[in-house]
Design a protein. Structure first.
Lengths: 362, 68
């Protein structure tokens, strides 16, 4: 694919994803949360009774769809590639702390864009922290940071995460009595199952095709003056913003766009901790090589390191709600602040411990 | 000519390795990668730096010959 076609594709994909995200809110998802990989993995952890926060329990079909959309498209494009073995435990720990950072801010990098597109200015502080975290990660990349090589693995290993996604879908459809479903709060706000699943499949396919990554956009722009991924980031923001403005014009009472800091949906106003939460997320994501959305897509492509990262995200969500680390609209908790500080220290240690001593020239 | 084995490394590491190697200002480099994303990203970077890239593929691995 030539460069201008690549750019056109990622802008188109970003625009479509922005429209889908806004439409999901119109169809029932929480405001500014058409998509949020962190929130939806957290809801899924709750749906599986891995935590007991009653307001955030629902196996989100969007997550299942993203994994399967990426899996199916990678198969047809001959890009399904079972591989792993690149510091799996370190990746799980990084995934855990990505989630701790996201639940301090109340959203993954994807939702950060959607919050900005909904007029939530608290997300600007998140963006500042996110960019600072990416700069911290780049500092280690430039010093030779590496989680070492991946190796080819059997097809069954690569298919494990897509198989888990299918099992979750079967549970949701055939055995709902085994699961927890929120009756109030964000977990109770959801678009119809099939619509959510279809949205996930489309977004997973588009992200697989374009390599869309929220962290990669800012990282590559700073590191290489390469703006391809950043165009996708900006296109999601622009299209979601336009859709929110249109929906608000049609239904003014619903206020899909509301500019300001106060009263924003599923958000708090503590700027310092919004920034520090996303700093942790951006930093850890650079050391992982991609944002939570990208990890889901890579897991769908057969990457078992990314599959373990997703397990880390799930564990992080369960711990965050079982130990009171997650923020709420009332603000961050003291335990959550301590967890974010510990997370930043752990990510620095992981960076220091994985700087290659010898350059890989042969 | 500098040869880099970036097989098994995920992006952006192959691009960082080639960008660091290019600081020496040589006229030719060879880099091996084993996934399409790395192949595309290294090619894009090298072309942006004014190099020409030719790719050979064998058994799922790509060898990129990068020349001025």
């Amino acid at each position: 694919m030539n460069k201008s076609r690549e750019k056109l594709w990622i802008i188109l994909a970003g625009a479509v994803i922005g429209v889908i995200a806004s439409a999901l809110v119109l169809l029932g998802n929480p405001k500014n949360m058409g998509f949020c990989i962190a929130c939806f993995i957290r809801d899924t952890a709750g749906g599986l009774k891995l935590h007991s926060a009653g307001v955030v329990q629902y196996i989100r079909p969007e997550i299942i769809g993203i994994i399967l959309g990426s899996f199916l498209l990678s198969l047809t494009r001959k890009e399904f590639s079972p591989r792993g073995g690149s510091s799996p435990m370190t990746r799980l720990v990084l995934g855990f702390f990505v989630m701790i950072g996201c639940l301090m801010f109340l959203g993954c990098p994807f939702r950060m864009i959607l919050r900005l597109a909904g007029g939530d200015l608290n997300a600007l502080l998140g963006l500042v922290g996110f960019a600072a975290g990416i700069v911290c990660g780049i500092f280690y990349l430039k010093r030779g940071y590496s989680l070492k090589r991946t190796y080819r693995l059997p097809a069954s290993e690569g298919a494990a995460m897509p198989a888990v996604a299918v099992v979750l879908l079967i549970l949701l459809l055939a055995f709902p009595s085994l699961l927890a479903f929120s009756e109030s709060g964000p977990g109770s706000m959801r678009a119809a199952l099939w619509i959510s699943l279809l949205a996930g499949l489309i977004v997973g396919g588009l992200a697989q095709y374009t390599r869309l990554c929220m962290v990669g956009g800012i990282r590559d722009a700073i590191l290489f003056r390469e703006f391809k991924l950043l165009f996708g980031f900006i296109a999601i923001f622009a299209s979601a913003l336009i859709m929110n403005l249109v929906f608000t014009a049609v239904k003014p009472d619903a206020a899909y766009f509301s500019l300001g800091f106060e009263g924003q949906p599923v958000a708090h106003m503590d700027g310092v901790w919004n920034a520090l939460g996303m700093l942790l997320t951006g930093f850890a994501c650079v050391l992982l090589g991609g944002c939570p959305l990208r990890q889901l897509v890579l897991a769908g492509e057969g990457n078992s390191d990314s599959a373990l990262t997703v397990v880390g995200l799930l564990l992080g969500a369960a711990f965050a709600h079982n130990f009171g680390l997650a923020s709420s609209a009332a603000g961050p908790t003291d335990a959550g602040k301590i967890a974010v500080i510990i997370g930043i220290v752990v990510v620095i240690l992981i960076g220091e411990c994985n700087i290659a001593r010898n350059k890989k020239k042969g | 000519m500098t040869t880099i084995d970036a097989r098994g490394l995920s992006c952006p590491e192959p691009v960082i390795l080639i960008s660091q190697a290019m600081k020496s200002g040589e006229a030719a480099y060879e880099i091996k990668v084993d996934n399409r994303v790395s192949k595309e990203n290294v090619t894009r970077y090298a072309e942006h730096q004014g190099y020409k890239v030719s790719v050979t593929e064998a058994d799922g691995e790509f060898t990129l010959a990068i020349r001025k």
